[in-house]
Write a protein that binds this ligand. Structure first.
Ligand code: SIN
Length: 470
């Protein structure tokens, strides 16, 4: 697997193998040093046609599909270090977090290998004597999935593993920024002996791949993780051929801290959650809402913790904050920071380099940092007084992916769970995601559940059989 890092070029994975290089190659730059580290041969219309033509059901046996998935997980396990290096090279997250991402991806293969065998049907009593009603759960059909750059392997695993578990062939298109991290799953599929045509990975431009697949009547379902704007556009495109959709469209997570907690401990959890992947995570806290009595102590403890982060070379295992940041993150961070400062935010920790953690307090709902997802290492903190006020601020967003509540008061916790309009709630838990945890948003954060017991059902549909025997 080490040779993937030094491989001269990468091509699309179609019909069980990597295709021969064709056309003009393009240099692929490392996010860490900006240098070309390999070349890409991007897919074109004929590759989409070939992938569609090759589509093959992974296996009719749930037990066989489970075996393929376990073997794909084994492959990732065996090459964990090399794959982590690819992720860091490609998108710049620190190596310890790339290693965790490989583990996270493996957990989806393991989870859905087991879920493949746990899809049951029912027999429903009919009100008509001599009639029997039964259900038969069946794969929805070929799926198209697109994956984001911030978790380039794990988000692929979170979509590909349930599709295969359900018995659906998949065509995947990775972000143009991180194609090689997803192509790893082509190698895993080959190793696992996954039937050719059950998985294709097409690297290339949106207009040459996604647009064509979204038009194809052969594709019955698509799953997308990314911005609300692009997700909405894809949903409109998919409507023409009535594709089922799963959309994970980012968030603007509130992190509520009540005055009954151990402030230092919560501030540490808050800092780790906020600056995971340099703040470039859909479920990262975006707005810290802190009850007035612990507001200043929280700011101080949060700052103290953040200042202890080791910032540096993402390949160094000591590093907690990477010097590499996505090119589009920089402008947004700067924009949110200057807007907030102009509107009266208090600078707590300010840096010139956008990859370094920064903190502003006294933010208000009028500021961009409150209204929009920053997707970078800039934290905004604001006070609230009552439970109702905190929850109102928390819900004051079009998004509804993740939210966090820290309290030891059962009454507050109960009310927060009831009122928070978010698909994911971390109650005294700053890292809620795992393969077994249902992951999905409400409102402008989209719909559909990934992972958890229902994740496989996104790729299944049902027939109902009514039998009359007199
Ligand atoms: C994401 O940023 O969408 C994924 C984060 C996670 O699964 O924890």
């Amino acid at each position: 697997m080490e040779d993937l890092l030094t491989k001269e070029y990468h091509t699309c994975f179609i019909d069980g193998d990597f295709i021969q290089p064709e056309g003009k190659e393009q240099p692929h730059l490392s996010s860490v040093d900006g240098k070309a580290w390999t070349k890409l041969y991007l897919g074109a219309e004929e590759n989409v046609t070939a992938a569609l033509k090759a589509l093959t059901t992974p296996s009719k046996s749930a037990y066989e599909r489970a075996d393929y998935l376990h073997r794909m997980g084994d492959f990732l396990e065996q090459h964990k270090e090399a794959i982590a290096k690819i992720i860091t090279t490609e998108m710049g997250k620190v190596i310890t977090q790339s290693l965790s991402e490989v583990d996270y991806a493996i957990s989806y293969f393991r989870w859905f290998a087991e879920e493949a065998k746990r899809v049951y049907d029912s027999v429903i009593p009919s009100h008509v004597p001599d009639k029997t009603i039964q259900t038969q759960t069946v794969p929805i059909g070929p799926c198209f999935i697109t994956t984001p750059w911030n978790f380039p392997l794990a988000m692929g695993a979170r979509k590909i593993a349930p599709a295969i578990a359900a018995g659906c062939p998949v065509i995947a298109r990775p972000s143009s920024f991180t194609p090689v991290s997803l192509l790893v799953l082509g190698h895993a599929a080959k190793y696992a002996g996954l039937p050719a045509g059950s998985l294709a990975i097409l690297i290339g431009k949106n207009e040459n791949i996604s647009v064509l697949l979204m038009q194809s009547p052969l594709i019955k379902k698509f799953s997308f993780t990314g911005s609300t704007e692009i997700g909405t556009r894809l949903y409109q495109q998919g409507a023409v051929t009535l594709k089922k959709a799963s959309l994970e469209l980012g968030g603007n997570a509130p992190f509520l801290v009540f005055d009954d907690v151990d402030v230092k401990k919560v501030a540490e959890h808050a800092a780790i959650a906020k600056f995971r992947n340099n703040g470039q995570t859909c479920i990262c806290p975006n707005r810290f809402l802190v009850q007035r009595a612990v507001y200043e102590p929280f700011i101080q403890a949060f700052k103290d913790h953040v200042k202890r982060f080791y910032i540096g070379d993402p390949f160094d295992s000591k590093t907690q904050i990477s010097t590499a940041l996505h090119p589009t993150s920089k402008d947004k961070i700067q924009g949110h920071k200057s807007d907030a400062l102009e509107k009266g935010a208090r600078p707590i920790l300010i840096e010139n380099e956008p990859y370094k953690p920064q903190i502003l307090s006294d933010i208000t709902p009028e500021m961009r940092i409150f209204k929009e997802e920053t997707f970078g290492p800039l934290a905004g903190i604001m006070p609230f007084d009552t439970l109702d006020e905190g929850l109102t601020f928390a819900n004051q967003t079009i998004h509804g992916l993740a939210s966090y509540v820290f309290t030891n008061d059962l009454r507050r916790a109960k009310k927060a769970i009831q009122d928070l309009n978010f698909g994911i709630i971390g109650l005294n838990d700053s890292s809620p995601s795992s393969a077994e945890m249902p992951f999905g948003g409400l409102k402008a954060s989209g719909f559909g559940i990934e992972g958890g017991p229902r994740g496989i059902y996104e790729y299944l549909t049902q027939k109902a059989i009514s039998t009359y025997v007199s």
